[in-house]
Structure formats: C-alpha cells, structure tokens
Write a new protein. Structure first.
Length: 225
C-alpha cells in the first residue's frame, strides 16, 4: 500500500508548506483539513480514472488565495486560480496524491498505479477552495475481487475525510458493480495527545505514531458480482 510509494512523507508539498505554516504555529497535527469526493470511472470491470474534488478548510483557503484576485473584482476566477492549481498537482505528485489504488490480496508491486494528472483546476465554494483533478489509472486494476482506493496522509499533517454527502460514485460501471465508503477511524486520546506535542514545523512523526496513523486510511471499496 502506501509503503510501496517510497519513503513516507519527509515534508509536505510546497503549496501546503508555504500556505499552512503561518496558520499552524500554535496548532498540533493536523494543520490542514481536506474533504474528499471521489468519482471512480470504469470500463467494463477495470478502473480507468479517479476524479477528485478536494475541499480545503476555510482558514487554509483564505490564506492560499491571498493576492490572487488580479482583476480586483473581488471574485477569484478559474483563470486566476490556475497557477495555484498547477502548483497543487505538481507538488502533490511526489506523494502519489495521498492515494493508493489496489486489488485486495494481490501481490505488492513497485509499478506506478496512476499516470500524470489531467483536467485540474481550482474553484471557490463559499469560503473554501476546491481542487479538481483526474488521475488516469495506468495499472491493470480489474474488479474481480475487492478493489480499494485509500486516501490519507500517514504523517497526519493533513486530515483527510470523505464528504458526508456524495462521498464517492461510480461512472460507466459494469452491471453488478457497486461502491461503498469506509471513513477512517478516529484516533484515541492518547495518540492525539502525542501528536499534539509535535512542533508545527516538524513534518516527520515517530515510527510508532506512523504505525498508528497508517491505519487511518479512508477507503472506497469497489466490488463486482
């Protein structure tokens, strides 16, 4: 799973570091909150794309969007936000977009699951920024048995959760295929207390804590009859 993606996060992507650091001086892990909606695109029984909408928390959104209103009209257009969207996807690629798609029980492999992102942009929803992007699936992922899509940050700097409404859906699915969502379990008070002691500028967490947070994956579970 995530261990196949190379060394676990030694630092956060550039745009999160730059934007979140001033907000998080007095905060414990996590520092950024992201609400996820996922659209899984299939062809017959194979997964071909994952289309994401990531909604960032209001505080992060406000800081990240400062100075981007070039027209001065008080409205952030898609064009004005596009440079930030590009920084988002280019920076997040190093960490496989905090996502892992795999067939349950299949042998582990070092091969890449996702190709380069496409169709990426940022929009504004109320007081929040929403990052839209599509990950092509380049691996052969057939839903002959359960297929899992994990979404999480094992360093717990970013807290991911699926949206309460319409968290995930299937598109172009084979008849008999279905999808369900499993939210990550909450950390216990002791683990949260240990995370609270980690300085805001520290991106790594101890190995024992990493073992605990690595069980926190939010999952989309695909099955086909």
């Amino acid at each position: 799973m995530f261990k196949l993606l190379g060394p676990i996060l030694h630092s956060l992507p550039l745009f999160i570091i730059a934007c979140a650091a001033p907000l998080s001086v007095a905060k414990a892990h996590p520092h950024v909150w992201v609400t996820v909606q996922a659209e899984v695109v299939m062809q017959d029984r194979s997964v071909k794309e994952v289309r994401y909408q990531w909604t960032f928390d209001e505080a992060f959104s406000a800081f990240a969007s400062q100075g981007l209103d070039d027209s001065g009209d008080g409205v952030l257009s898609r064009e004005e936000l596009q440079p930030l969207a590009q920084v988002n996807v280019e920076s997040l690629s190093e960490y496989a977009y905090f996502s892992d798609l795999y067939i349950k029980g299949a042998p582990e492999t070092e091969a890449s699951t996702f190709g380069d992102p496409k169709d990426y942009w940022l929009s504004v929803k109320g007081e929040t920024l929403v990052l839209h992007f599509t990950l092509p699936v380049v691996a052969d992922v057939k839903v002959e048995q359960e297929v899992l899509l994990d979404v999480y940050d094992p360093s717990f700097f970013v807290d991911f959760s699926f949206a309460a409404k319409e968290p995930a859906k299937l598109t172009s699915a084979h008849q008999g295929c279905s999808i369900r969502v499993k939210q990550a379990e909450a950390l216990d008070d002791e683990t949260m207390g240990l995370l609270a002691q980690i300085p805001a500028d520290q991106r790594e967490i101890p190995d024992d804590l990493m073992q605990m947070t690595s069980t926190m994956a939010n999952q989309v579970i695909l099955t086909c009859e």
